[in-house]
Design a protein around this ligand. Structure first.
Ligand code: COA
Length: 335
């Protein structure tokens, strides 16, 4: 089986900037509190006529261009999102139509902020087995429409964006026994703890609690979170899954050149890096600009790091993400 390589990356952030000062006008908060507790300074908000698939398409076009792959050559599109344009059809189907990727089969993956990592792992299986030659993986999210703008515990944290990756099989020579350092996706490790579903959820809008006028009045169609518990769980979980995905390839944190992580809170990332004994400078940070963009944040970070020239051929990248579910995981990629 040949190893999957990331052939192109892309990202898109809507133009409108919402600063911490803007949020001071909406809820009882302060720029200082948000910066000190989260590291976030501003976030992006999609225009009223933009939906998640529009963000996804912009990021995908950048990734396809870098990979030199035409939309009609795609075999598979997987979109990680919990804020699709509508409950059905999938966001991926809409992306497929907008790109004109006629040959691709397309579906969404629901793993909240770990959505792009889950989607990457799913697409990797198709590519490695040879069933698919060209796959598009997207993390796209429009969380500013899912947050309760009267809840200061959550509304200051999230933003909109999309990131994309084009995958394909690496050359067989890259994976021969003589190759000491094969390039591509070396391992992925996915985890779920469904007993913690209540920690972070959107209660209404599904079969359990359909959207009714009363439920909307009670704001049950908006995101609810126990931030403290999510924080505690996230640190332990990300450390364990990263150690597991490195260990699966006989590697250790000291061999990591870059960390590309879901950006939820700077303090979570610092705690994870400290426990893994990985210097903070190795972690690409952009949450000061975008806030928590959920499934978009990992592929957006990868694209920014790549376009900034940070990633050199052969570098080892540790990816990690966690979100509602709880769903989380890690991946190790040799660039
Ligand atoms: N502005 C000002 N004060 C705020 C506030 C805001 N935006 N949000 C909460 N507070 C208040 C709380 O009401 C609380 O006040 P109280 O002590 O009078 O009750 C106080 O700040 C401390 O709240 P606490 O929850 O202890 O803060 P924290 O240090 O845990 O930080 C989070 C809160 C949400 C930033 C933090 O818990 C976090 O980031 N958790 C993880 C969330 C996350 O990443 N979710 C997505 C996962 S993908």
């Amino acid at each position: 089986m040949s190893r999957t390589q990331i052939l192109g990356t892309g990202s898109y952030a809507p133009a409108r900037v919402l600063t911490n000062q803007d949020l001071e006008q909406l809820v009882d908060t302060s720029d200082t509190w948000i910066r000190e507790r989260t590291g976030i300074q501003e976030r992006r908000q999609a225009a009223p006529d933009e939906a998640t698939s529009d963000l996804a398409v912009q990021a995908s076009l950048h990734a396809l261009q870098m990979a030199g792959v035409a939309p009609e050559d795609l075999d598979l599109i997987v979109v990680g999102t919990v804020t699709p344009d509508m409950p059905m059809p999938s966001c991926a189907a809409l992306v497929q139509a907008k790109l004109g990727a006629r040959r691709a089969f397309a579906f969404d993956v629901s793993a909240a902020c770990a959505g792009a990592l889950y989607a990457l792992s799913v697409a990797d299986q198709f590519v490695r087995t040879g069933q698919v030659k060209r796959a598009l993986v997207v993390g796209a999210e429009l969380l500013t429409r899912a947050v309760d703008w009267s809840d200061r515990n959550t509304c200051v944290l999230f933003g909109d964006g999309a990131g994309a990756m084009v995958l394909g099989p690496g050359p067989a020579s890259d994976d021969s026994p003589e190759t000491m350092a094969p390039r591509g996706i070396l391992s992925t490790c996915l985890r779920t703890e469904g007993s913690m579903a209540d920690l972070l959820c959107i209660p209404a809008g599904g079969s359990r609690t359909p959207v009714t006028a009363d439920n909307v009045d009670a704001n049950l169609h908006k995101l609810k979170m126990n931030g403290k518990e999510v924080f505690r769980f996230a640190v332990r979980a990300l450390v364990e899954s990263t150690q597991a995905s490195l260990g699966a390839h006989g590697m250790h944190p000291g061999q990591v050149d870059h960390v590309i992580a879901h950006q939820a809170n700077l303090r979570i990332l610092e705690a994870v890096l400290q426990r893994l004994e990985i210097p903070r400078e190795k972690c690409w940070l952009n949450l000061h600009k975008y806030g928590n963009t959920s499934s978009a944040s990992l592929p957006m970070s990868l694209d920014e790091a790549q376009r900034a020239g940070r990633l050199k051929r052969g570098d080892v990248i540790a990816m990690m993400a966690i979100g509602a579910g709880m769903a989380w995981g890690s991946a190790v990629v040799r660039w």
